[in-house]
Design a binder for this molecule. Structure first.
Ligand SMILES: NC(=O)c1ccc[n+]([C@@H]2O[C@H](COP(=O)([O-])OP(=O)(O)OC[C@H]3O[C@@H](n4cnc5c(N)ncnc54)[C@H](O)[C@@H]3O)[C@@H](O)[C@H]2O)c1
Ligand SMILES: O=C(O)C(=O)C[C@]1(C(=O)O)C=C[C@@H](O)C=C1
Length: 365
């Protein structure tokens, strides 16, 4: 691929454009808000000049409700050899394109499973998609089968963004993301919504657990109304199952308040069941690089919030010959310090603990 046109230069469009531009593709940028395209260009994502002729691939990265019209318009003016979108839902936009009577052989619906709770070009990064699944939904439908050249262009885009291609049917994709993305977004928002009117004294106690659960509650509501409007049925089905678990959990908690010992026993059993089912589900979340989740050991070290501290601890781990598999930082409340958790292979943990202690680090027991 030598040339591309990115339509919609927000978080995802700018990230795609930065990745392509960084690998030598000539990228043209457009957005219905010209300031956004100019901002992406200033970040090095490409040029706001219109291409002189058709580009190799047009990437449509606009909100789901605008995808079909934007793709249809780009196909109608022959803007590219191949067209794809990156919207978080796939069935609806495809059906809308069918209804608009477009030539769908030149189009493929795709969805990179990477993003952030922030939007706009300034949130874009070239490495956003590295190692992440990128769903492609080619079809073999009579008269609308995805052209092989278009599928190959999409695969090339995924490779240039260093993502991992996953081929799926559009409706199966929508049911899958209802489970792993759309319902989690709503649940995160609902947990965070409890904080809106909570006492300041309670909010001050927020720790790592609630931070983990509510990160995506900072997402753009407009974008998510669009996404959920295009996938309401599958999300409602999963939320109904969550609601049944919630009802059961409330019943169990009320039973725990009972004076009757048997009822309290049933309540404890109900709570334990839901927690154990949570353990089992959590174990199925893929680990690093999409591999089976690994059982790492953590070495937790107190660290100052000042320049050079992270570099120093990583260098000390490197000198001890230990690969840090993952890392998490908990920030202390009211102090310029925190706790860094280094996730390492279990056999490496004792050596790392000893080496860091020797270099003066304070290890949490
Ligand atoms: N945010 C995520 O985590 C994420 C992840 C994967 C896929 N997606 C999908 O990517 C797409 C873009 O999401 P985003 O997070 O980059 O949003 P964003 O708000 O950061 O960017 C969207 C951009 O599209 C522009 N735009 C809107 N309508 C347009 C139109 N008709 N023509 C041209 N430009 C138009 C907006 O001005 C904006 O710059 C959405 O379809 C979303 O579902 C988002
Ligand atoms: O990491 C995040 O911020 C995201 O939630 C990204 C996430 C997801 O749910 O995985 C959100 C929506 C997109 O369609 C794809 C990715």
């Amino acid at each position: 691929m030598r040339t591309a046109l990115v339509i919609g230069t927000g978080l995802i469009g700018t990230s795609v454009a930065l990745a392509l531009a960084g690998r030598g593709v000539r990228v043209h940028l457009s957005d219905h808000d010209p300031d956004r395209a100019r901002t992406a260009a200033a970040l090095g994502a490409g040029s706001v000049q219109e291409p002189e002729g058709p580009v190799d691939l047009a990437v449509v990265a606009v909100p789901p409700a605008h995808v079909a019209r934007t793709v249809a318009e780009a196909i109608a003016r022959g803007a590219a050899r191949g067209f794809l979108d990156v919207a978080s839902v796939k069935g609806g936009p495809r059906r809308e394109l069918e209804a608009l009577g477009c030539d769908l052989t030149r189009y493929i619906g795709t969805h990179p499973m990477a993003g952030a709770e922030r939007s706009g070009p300034l949130a874009g990064t070239a490495d956003l998609f590295e190692g992440r699944p990128w769903v492609l939904t080619p079809t073999s439908a009579a008269g609308a089968a995805t052209d092989t050249e278009v599928l190959n262009l999409a695969l090339e885009l995924v490779a240039l963004c260093r993502a991992v291609p996953v081929v799926m049917d559009a409706d199966a994709h929508d049911r899958a993301v209802a489970l792993v993305s759309h319902t989690p977004q709503l649940l995160s928002s609902m947990v965070a919504a409890r904080l809106e009117d909570a006492d300041e004294a309670a909010v001050r106690l927020c720790g790592q657990g609630i931070r983990d659960v509510t990160r995506i509650a900072a997402s753009d509501p407009g974008m998510w109304v669009d996404i959920l409007s295009a996938n309401p049925g599958p999300v409602a089905d999963i939320l109904a199952a969550v609601a049944a678990d919630l009802d059961e959990t409330v019943r169990s908690l009320r039973a725990l308040q009972s004076a009757d010992e048997d009822k309290r026993g049933d309540g404890a059993q109900g709570i334990e069941d839901v927690l154990r089912r949570g353990n089992a589900g959590r174990e199925r979340v893929p680990g690093k690089h999409g591999a089976a989740p690994a059982a790492y050991e953590t070495v937790a070290v107190f660290i100052g919030d000042q320049p050079g501290e992270l570099a120093r601890i990583f260098a000390d781990a490197g000198r001890a010959g230990v690969n840090i598999e993952d890392v998490r930082i908990e920030h202390a409340t009211g102090q310029q310090s925190g706790l860094i958790q280094l996730f390492v292979e279990p056999q490496a943990a004792p050596g790392l603990t000893a080496a860091l202690r020797e270099r003066g680090w304070s290890i949490r027991q």
